[in-house]
Design a protein around this ligand. Sequence first.
Ligand code: MG
Length: 250
Amino acid sequence: MTKTNKGFDLDMQPSSLRILLWDIDGTLMRSTRAGSFKDYTIPMLEEVFGTAGRLPEMKVSGMTDLQIVGEALKHEGFTHEHIRERVHELRESYMRAMRKFTGNGEEVFQLLPGVREALHAVHDHPRYQSALVTGNIEPAAWLKMEILGLSEFFTLPGAFGDESHDRRDLPGLAAERIRRHLQMDLAPEQFIVIGDTPNDIECAKHFGARSLAVDTGRFYTTQDLVICEPDALLADFSDLSLFLRTLANL
Ligand SMILES: [Mg+2]
């Protein structure tokens, strides 16, 4: 199939395109050691705000990084505005801590089953294009993709965890950028959010996108996902043809 420089097949009708909005943690990859996220985010918060607040005892899966910081510090007198004002400093400190964490020579992240093959297959398929919609701050998201060798698959602009403390805002932000980038008027139902937590399903519904839940997260059960009524649910991506058949029906 010939793709244009924007990646789409020239003969493809815009209405048959589907944009895949991928979550990262628990969906594409996980930390080799559970809970290691806090190893670099606790010192980062202490550096920027002088305290990590409630972060040590929080369950953070599915939250955006800004939301995590907000929740961790809300009883310490920091509002969302205080945090937003220091988002630049937060980003710098976060990346310093993360580079130290990822640069120690150990394998700190691992790909989940079938992920590379799944991303490859949709990348080569004229009906699909991929973007990141993740709770990670943008530079952290791209560092993870670089370490895992996945950056090339995300050809469209996405939305990130330093843009909102509410994940429900992210699909709309990404969609706006993607429509502008492609110069195409894409309907919400042409977007498919792929993620491992109730918040991924919620943010898809909020925007009017489809959702494909994947049961590879560490912190939620299959039942937790089922009650949120995703449009589809897979155990993981290890069965490539099942993944492609599932997408074809969304
Ligand atoms: Mg996740």
